[in-house]
Structure formats: structure tokens, C-alpha cells
Design a protein around this ligand. Structure first.
Ligand code: MRU
Length: 463
């Protein structure tokens, strides 16, 4: 057995926690240092949270929101903000949360939590005009502190809805080969994860043959973070270069692509880590279902479509340097968007939320009716896109192509008949049928040593 090098940590024995909060102190795991160093750092207030978010020491839309919310909870507990004036307290909370929201503008979660808390505070004031500022403060703190636990619960629901939906498409008890992008796991959330939550849930049922995880340029969130989480979890995982994704979909028998979201527009267009759009195009071309897994708080009814989502652009050096080592010539022009938008028609598997799996167009219809997040009551869980894998690549190039028919999945796991047309197979069939260039998954799952090689002279992926 080889002795690990001093810079190679053993995989951690307990799940990684992105955020530690005990009601008195707030700490975050500095994700820039992983996988070589496990260091928790203290945050005292919203400004500290905003700085950690801007540096991407904490990243992932839900984790960003939670750090911001808990930092504001600490400020409130510490007596910061106006005294004796409930309305001024609402404005204070909005201003402090805004610091974190503005640090990275694409993810909507901080903004959504701010609106929710403001709404709650104003509702308390309306219901009880005599409510004191101190009482309002205590309730706001309790509201913010509850989010940590809620996020884990939501993620577990997302995981189980997504896993059930994907499992329906597999023949018999066979296992799926999945492809995911960036890091959407415990590190990007309060725990369990969104897209990686779906992977975790499927893996716990023995239904994952292999996860293909993209390295994720420019910051290597996949190589450093997803690889670490999946090694810890024991999920068979193969790291690939981002540029290998289309080939992997064709060559490695991918059954589904599952990604997260930073913001979902009213019509279902989804902003997520740069490279997501090209994955969706490749998935459609090969008839592979494409899923977005995100809490309903990622849905932004105020933004009509993807063109209105602000896309963060990151510093040039994140492309011209690899882990601090200059690799591009000085003077080269750089465009470094952190996210891209996947049009809703490419989200062929569905949008997986804590309430169930929805078609993007169901979000759009819901947004016309009411500016609220989707609920199981207002939206029908998605019909599996059962036979996408049978559609020839040439026919798949129409973005408006629909291939959904089969059984509806409800939150309770029951089924009801879908009214959508198309006939053909039900949701449990079709996913494993072979296509040209689509090799049996088990034979094609050898981890690739090349993808794990050093970047900029340092080892970036966990061993
Ligand atoms: O730039 P990042 O690493 O913050 O990007 C993260 C993503 O794009 C995730 O997919 C998204 O935030 C969802 S995380 C559950």
C-alpha cells in the first residue's frame, strides 16, 4: 500500500459540512482550499459573508444564501441595527442581506430569502401592530436559523423525487450512468445536495453504475469538490474534462444528465455553472434526458426568461492562471462568465424540486397565474420523457421537440395517467435502449487517469 503524500488528506470520515452554526458562532469550510486542506473560518457579519462569497470560499447558490442569512442572524443577535423601530429593522435586514446578494448576482436564493423574511416581518407587524422591535428581531432570528435544517430536508426530498424519476426510466433493477456538472453536493448546500442529492439517493438504492463528473472550469469545483464528496460517499465516479462531456454522453452510455441551478426564470430557463448549456445541447442531440435539480427558492417569478438573468463575470486571472500559475500569455483578451443559461426546452427530463419533478412549461404556466414558487398543488409533477433515447439525433435538434408520455409521478410516489399525447412506452422503458455510438455502460466505466493529472503543477483532484 502506498503512503499518502503529506499534501494528500485521507477522505474525511464524516460528511463535509459547508457551514457550521451553533447560534453563537458561524464558520464556513473554505472551499478554495479543498481537497488539500480542511479549514473552517469564522464569519462575524454580512460583510464577512459577502467577502467569503465573492472569493468563492463559499459557493453554490444555497450555501451562499445560508451563509448570508446566518450572518445576518448573528448581527441581529448581537444587537446590531436600529432599536425601537420595527420598520427600520426590516430595512436594516434588507440592507444587510443585500450585501451578500450583490457579491454574486446570478444566484437568486439570497434575494428570495430576503423577500420572504421581509414579507413575514411585515405580516407580523400587520397582524400585531403593537409588536415590539425586540420581538420582531427574535422572530427574524428564528426564521433565519430554521433555514439550515430546512435546506437539508428540501434536498433530501429533491433527491428522492429525482431518484424515483430516473429509476422509472431504467429497465428492471439496472443501474444508471449519470453525468453532473460543477458541485451541487453537501458543500454547495447545508447538506446532501441538489443534483448530487439525486445521485446520493439513487446510490443509496444501489442504482448508480457510475457518475461522470466534469472538472468544471475555471475553478475546478468538479475535480476538487464533487470528486471529494463522491469518494467519501463511495459513489463510483469518473472525472472528465469539461470538453470531454459530449463524447462521454455518446461513448459512456449516460442515462441522464443532472445539474443544479442558480436561478430558474419564470419560463423555466435556467442559469447554472458555465458549461451547463453545452451539456444540455449535447444531451438533446443524443436523446439523453436532462434534469435540473434545485429548491423551489431557485425559481424567480420576477424574471420572465433567461435573457433577463444577470450573469456574473469573473476576473480574467481565473482563466489566465491555474491555481496561481500563469498559463495564458499576457495581453490575451478574456471572457469569463461564471454561468450560462439553458433554455427551458432543453430541460427534457424535468425540473426536480422538493415538491416533485416538473416540466419547465409548468413553471411558466404557474408564473402567469401567480407570482409564487411552484407548489405540488399548483403544478403537476412531470411526465417522464420516456422515449427520448429512441429519437434519432437528427430529430432531436428541434428544441421544441416533446417526447413526454407515460405515467405521472406524484409526491406520494403514486401514479396517475398522463393526458399528454404521443402514445408509446411508459416511463419505465426506453432509457436503456441502445443507440449508435452508445456503448453498454458497465464496459465503459474505467476511471481515466488523464483527467486527474496535475493542473499548474499541483494536484487538484482528490486522490
Ligand atoms: O460558481 P459556483 O461554484 O457557485 O456555481 C455553482 C453552481 O452553478 C451550482 O450548480 C448551483 O449553485 C447549484 S448548487 C446546489
Amino acid at each position: 500500500m502506498s503512503t499518502p503524500s503529506p499534501t494528500t488528506p485521507a477522505p474525511p470520515r464524516s460528511p463535509l459540512h459547508s457551514i457550521l452554526y451553533d447560534g453563537v458562532s458561524l464558520r464556513y469550510l473554505n472551499q478554495r482550499l479543498l481537497p488539500t486542506e480542511l479549514r473552517y473560518q469564522t464569519v462575524l457579519d454580512a460583510d464577512g459573508a459577502a467577502a467569503a462569497v465573492a472569493a468563492m470560499e463559499v459557493r453554490g447558490a444555497p450555501a451562499i444564501a445560508l451563509l448570508g442569512c446566518l450572518a445576518v442572524a448573528l448581527e441581529l443577535k448581537g444587537g446590531r441595527g436600529p432599536r425601537g423601530d420595527p420598520e427600520a429593522l426590516v430595512e436594516f435586514v434588507e440592507e444587510r442581506m443585500g450585501r451578500v446578494r450583490d457579491a454574486r448576482p446570478t444566484a437568486v436564493n439570497v434575494g428570495r430569502e430576503t423577500e420572504r423574511l421581509k414579507g413575514e416581518m411585515r405580516a407580523w407587524m400587520d397582524r400585531e401592530p403593537a409588536v415590539s422591535e425586540g420581538e420582531l428581531r427574535d422572530r427574524a432570528i428564528a426564521h433565519l436559523e430554521a433555514l439550515l435544517q430546512k435546506d437539508v430536508e428540501d434536498n433530501r426530498r429533491i433527491g428522492s423525487h429525482g431518484a424515483r424519476h430516473i429509476a422509472q426510466r431504467l429497465q428492471g433493477g439496472s443501474r444508471a450512468t449519470l453525468l453532473s456538472h460543477c458541485n451541487t453536493g453537501s458543500l454547495a448546500t447545508a447538506g446532501y445536495g441538489t443534483a448530487l442529492g439525486v445521485v446520493r439517493a439513487l446510490h443509496s438504492e444501489g442504482r448508480v453504475a457510475r457518475l461522470l463528473c466534469t472538472e468544471t472550469r475555471p475553478f475546478l469545483q468538479g475535480a476538487r469538490l464533487t470528486a471529494l464528496e463522491m469518494l467519501h460517499e463511495g459513489v463510483p465516479t469518473t472525472l472528465i474534462a469539461d470538453s470531454a462531456a459530449a463524447a462521454a454522453i455518446r461513448e459512456r452510455g449516460v442515462h441522464a444528465v443532472v445539474v443544479g441551478a442558480d436561478r430558474i426564470a419564470a419560463n423555466g430557463d435556467t442559469a447554472n455553472k458555465i458549461g451547463t448549456y453545452s451539456l444540455a445541447v449535447a444531451a438533446l442531440h443524443h436523446g439523453v434526458p436532462f434534469y435540473v435539480a434545485a429548491p423551489s427558492s431557485s425559481w424567480d417569478p420576477n424574471v420572465p426568461n433567461g435573457a433577463s438573468i444577470p450573469i456574473e463575470e469573473r476576473p480574467e486571472r481565473e482563466l489566465t492562471e491555474l491555481q496561481g500559475v500563469r498559463v495564458a500569455p499576457h495581453g490575451i483578451d478574456v471572457w469569463n462568465p461564471a454561468f450560462d443559461v439553458t433554455p427551458h426546452e432543453l430541460i427534457t427530463g424535468g425540473i426536480v424540486t422538493e415538491f416533485g419533478v416538473f416540466r419547465p412549461e409548468e413553471l411558466r404556466h404557474a408564473s402567469r397565474r401567480t407570482p409564487r414558487p411552484p407548489t405540488s398543488a399548483s403544478l403537476h409533477p412531470v411526465v417522464p420523457y420516456a422515449s427520448c433515447s429512441n429519437v434519432p439525433a437528427s430529430a432531436s435538434s428541434s428544441p421544441n421537440r416533446k417526447c413526454c408520455h407515460g405515467a405521472r409521478e406524484t409526491e406520494s410516489g403514486g401514479e396517475e395517467t398522463a393526458e399528454s399525447g404521443g402514445g408509446g412506452k411508459g416511463g419505465g422503458e426506453g432509457a436503456e435502449e441502445r443507440r449508435p455510438g452508445h456503448r453498454p455502460q458497465e464496459a465503459a466505466c474505467d476511471p481515466t487517469a488523464e483527467a486527474e493529472e496535475d493542473v499548474g503543477g499541483r494536484h487538484s483532484a482528490p486522490h
